[in-house]
Design a binder for this molecule. Structure first.
Ligand code: PEP
Ligand code: MN
Length: 343
């Protein structure tokens, strides 16, 4: 349930009203926009009569929230969330591209690619250090050494770094070393990990699970937010369908669906969706037009010899030309109109 407070109500009256609601055992989430104040109720609201609440003279209206996700819900926070990743702002009308190799392989490789993608306009550098591979015999990442190399690349280019966390015991190290912590598709429903990440204040890039619904993705975001960490960025990276031509099926409709239901930024990973480098350009363009807040793209200087995901990695030159054409598309990208919420 959300309670929309009339505009111009003094803060102390809102606080008093809020305490009354908290007295009923509810968590009250406050959201002050430019023209509104919303109190979002979390907990068992069955004892609350919406008509009684609407009778308070400070209340404009009461709206029941049907969805199970609350803090992630657009109704709790109508305006787009803006997540600050070490100075780079993601969401809220910005368009941000994260680029880099699937895996960190050497200092020369990661620093070289970081310089290339920065020149082309990327805002952040990606690179896996701990890799979740299907086969235990495949390259598992450089692990701690990979993290150290990412830090060197950050120092040389100034690009904030994004890398995947695999388990809760790594949180302390990641909070210290990484700017944006990625939760991979395979861990989207590792609820213990999500709960622990909820106790930090680090921005989290939460990727949609291989077979997860949009609601399940939003519920995973809710796990992180429920703990107090509201710095969540969602990522659609393709889902399992009956189609086998592509590695996954990019669910483009997830962009408008999430934009309508949530204030969290949504970025698209065309590389893992398609699994083929030549599809990255058309899918990226479509994602921008459909309203994505950004992209995460695999870029490799030598895809044929990459230790992971070379077949879906584009070369720096291709990345550069893609970046300039995306700027054109951005001008007419679709944006959600919050007046559609009917607040
Ligand atoms: C990745 O980004 O390198 C990755 C493993 O992605 P996903 O979790 O989406 O498969
Ligand atoms: Mn990859």
């Amino acid at each position: 349930m959300i309670i929309v407070i009339k505009s111009g109500v003094p803060k102390n009256e809102i606080e008093e009203f809020k305490s009354k609601l908290e007295g009923k055992g509810l968590i009250v989430h406050e959201d002050f926009g430019q023209e509104y104040c919303i109190l979002g109720l979390i907990g068992d609201t069955s004892s609350i009569d919406p008509k009684q609440i609407a009778a308070y003279n400070i209340v404009e209206k009461v709206i029941k929230v049907q969805e199970p996700f609350k803090k992630a819900n657009r109704l709790f926070h109508p305006e787009d969330s803006l997540i600050d990743v070490n100075g780079i702002k993601i969401g809220g009308g910005n368009f941000t591209v994260i680029a880099g190799p699937c895996s960190v392989e050497s200092e020369e490789q990661i620093v070289g690619i970081a310089e290339d993608v920065k020149r082309a306009g990327a805002g952040l550098l990606r690179g896996g250090a701990f890799k979740p591979r299907t086969s235990p015999y495949s390259f598992q990442g450089l692990r701690q050494e990979g993290l150290d190399l990412l830090k060197i690349a950050r120092e040389k280019t100034g690009l904030p770094i994004v890398t995947e966390i695999m388990s809760a015991d790594m949180i302390e190290r990641f909070v210290e070393d990484v700017d944006l912590i990625q939760v991979g598709a395979r861990n989207m429903q590792n609820f213990e990990l999500l709960k622990e990440l909820g106790k930090t204040n680090k921005p989290i890039l939460l990727k949609r699970g291989l077979s997860a619904t949009i609601e399940e993705l939003l519920m995973s975001a809710e796990y992180i937010m429920a703990g107090g960490n509201e710095n969540v960025i969602l990522c659609e990276r393709g889902i399992r369908t009956f189609e086998t031509y592509t590695r996954n099926t990019l669910d483009l409709s997830a962009i408008p669906a999430i934009k309508r239901q949530s204030h969290l930024p949504i970025i698209i990973d065309p590389s893992h969706a398609a699994g083929m480098w030549w599809m990255v350009e058309p899918l990226s363009k479509a994602a921008v037009a459909a309203g994505a807040d950004g992209l995460i793209i695999e870029v490799h200087n030598d895809p044929a010899n990459a230790l992971c995901d070379g077949q879906q990695s584009i070369k720096p030159k291709k990345f550069e030309s893609l970046m300039s054409s995306l700027k054109e598309i951005e001008k007419f990208k679709w944006r959600f109109d919050i007046s559609e919420l009917g607040l």
